[in-house]
Design a protein around this ligand. Structure first.
Ligand code: CA
Length: 238
């Protein structure tokens, strides 16, 4: 019996080979335990250079990539991986600022998760990423006019030009783009973009003002409309 190929393993959504790139051995141990309990196999690298060597040698089905690494950091590793592969990469971030940087660079991470993360949530993200990469679940980015919002790659663009958004701005725009033309209340937007927060309505106004300015820089500010007495919507017919 021949062992399953990388693509067969991916199709099953289990028994995947996961490359863990993490310099903290305790975190790597925990990740390894959880992955193995879901029948995945694992390889481990503790720095960026080792990660790239192992990535090329082992051809993993998925990479869990810490951003803060000695030597070559996680963002540089991601860039090098993306230059040669479409493998799903989930970034592990320690700070919100790292997420901003990650999104700003638009390097093509499939997902990111902020530490401290719940292992259950991380495992769900891994399953989803493996399903997508095996083609079992195709995703289509939201499109409104020239705006494209891709919630899997966490990327937004206008006519192909990258829109550099913070995570909250991205989440607000993604919520609006999920239902073009629909007027959404500030409460609805807070629920989608800042769940479990006590954010006030005006927080939405501040973030969306920034989004409108950034859309404006790409000539698309008319897409975002304020709906008096309600909240906001994206125009489906600009
Ligand atoms: Ca680290």
């Amino acid at each position: 019996m021949t062992p399953p190929s990388a693509s067969d393993r991916g199709k099953l959504g289990s028994m995947a080979l996961v490359l863990i790139v993490e310099d903290n051995p305790d975190i790597a141990d925990t990740l390894e335990l959880f992955l193995q309990s879901e029948t995945h196999r694992t390889e481990r690298a503790r720095d960026g250079n080792a990660a790239l060597t192992l990535f090329r040698a082992a051809q993993p089905d998925l990479v869990l990539l810490d951003i803060g690494l000695p030597g070559l950091d996680g963002l540089e590793v991601l860039k090098a991986i993306r230059a040669e592969s479409e493998v799903p990469v989930i970034m592990l971030t320690a700070r919100a600022e790292e997420v901003d940087e990650l999104l700003g660079l638009g390097l093509g991470a499939d997902d990111y998760i902020t530490k401290p993360y719940s292992p259950r949530k991380l495992m769900a993200r891994i399953r989803a990423a493996l399903r997508r990469s095996s083609g079992g679940e195709r995703h289509t980015p939201y499109r409104v006019g020239g705006l494209e919002v891709d919630t899997y790659q966490v990327r937004a663009s206008v006519e192909g030009e990258e829109l550099k958004l913070t995570p909250t701005e991205f989440n607000l725009l993604a919520k609006l783009a999920s239902a073009p033309g629909k007027a959404m209340s500030r409460a609805e937007l807070i629920e989608a973009a800042l769940p479990d927060s006590d954010a006030l309505d005006r927080v939405v106004d501040v973030h969306l003002k920034n989004v409108r300015r950034k859309l404006g820089e790409l000539g698309a500010d008319q897409l975002l409309e304020t709906v008096r007495g309600v909240g906001y919507r994206l125009r489906d017919h600009p």
